[in-house]
Design a protein around this ligand. Structure first.
Ligand SMILES: [Fe+2]
Length: 284
């Protein structure tokens, strides 16, 4: 007998969600760590429009710009205008809430002015959190933001997904964990009473593909469209970067699973028909 899908997860729908993160846009044409964030992000928009224009939503999990400049938000807005699917964005530590809100006055904020909102999707509610804290690289989910989250979770029914820039737990990369979410305990205290209906946590900040589960809740993040963080578990004084390829994720959320496909959209390696070349006999 097949195990039953928990009642809170029974929507009957499948949602295709695009998750992309950390564009780190700078001034038009400007470079960052030897790369061109505007060209990278434009290539993402071209690719996702061409290949996944049927997605229900594109979620961009922060560090929309590198220095929060107004011109970089103008650039970002121009690229968002080109997306063929609806989009929602959250802020990262590299963003300026003030400049973001000036450029995107229609983006909802909570009663305290944080860029937090809930989005109804075909498979449940997506909660967007604002962990930006001006002047620091670490993330905050202060008392007011946590209280807002608690009220939203208490008021909503059905399954829930959460999007935030900073991972709400240590990921094992020392320098990143030093600039992680400062309010991990408060987040856990707020979220865990609702654990049974939280499907997934999407975050950015890490600039690497990392996935798994935390307290039984699935999570994923992925490479940035800009520069990457090199894989290491023992460097504490610095944050080694890399030019590994950028990616975006195609996430299929359905009643029985959350499936995350990572796509290296600049990869130009040859494609081939495996069946045509595979003449080996199957092992017996
Ligand atoms: Fe970032």
């Amino acid at each position: 007998m097949m195990p039953q899908t928990p009642k809170a997860f029974q929507s009957g729908a499948t949602m295709k969600l695009i998750h992309v993160t950390d564009p780190h846009l700078v001034q038009p044409g400007g470079s960052l760590y030897g790369l061109y964030p505007d060209a990278r992000f434009a290539a993402f928009v071209d690719d996702v429009n061409r290949s996944h224009g049927d997605a229900e939503l594109c979620l961009i999990t922060g560090d929309l710009t590198d220095l929060g400049e107004a011109e970089a938000y103008d650039l970002f807005a121009g690229e968002l205008d080109r997306l063929v699917m609806p989009w929602r964005v959250i802020l990262g530590n590299h963003d300026s809430r003030k400049n973001f809100r000036a450029r995107f006055p229609a983006c909802p904020v909570d009663d305290d002015g944080f860029v937090q909102d809930v989005v109804e999707t075909s498979v449940g509610t997506l909660v967007l959190l604002d962990t930006n804290e001006p002047g620091i690289a670490a993330g905050r989910l202060c008392e007011r933001r946590c209280a807002w989250l608690g009220r939203q979770l208490a008021a909503m029914e059905g399954q829930v997904m959460i999007a935030m820039h900073h991972p709400p737990f240590d990921v094992g990369i020392p320098r990143l964990d030093q600039i992680g979410l400062q309010d991990q305990a408060a987040f856990a205290e707020t979220v865990l009473p609702h654990r049974d209906r939280i499907r997934h946590i999407f975050f950015g900040h890490v600039h690497r593909p990392v996935s798994g589960s935390w307290q039984g809740i699935g999570f994923s993040t992925l490479r940035a469209t800009a520069h990457q963080v090199a894989l290491h578990f023992d460097v504490r004084e610095s944050l080694p970067g890399s030019h590994e390829p950028p990616a975006y994720a195609i996430v299929l959320v359905r009643d029985d699973a959350v499936i995350v496909h990572s796509h290296d959209f600049l990869d130009a390696s040859p494609r081939f028909d495996m069946a045509k070349y595979d003449t080996k006999p199957w092992p017996k």
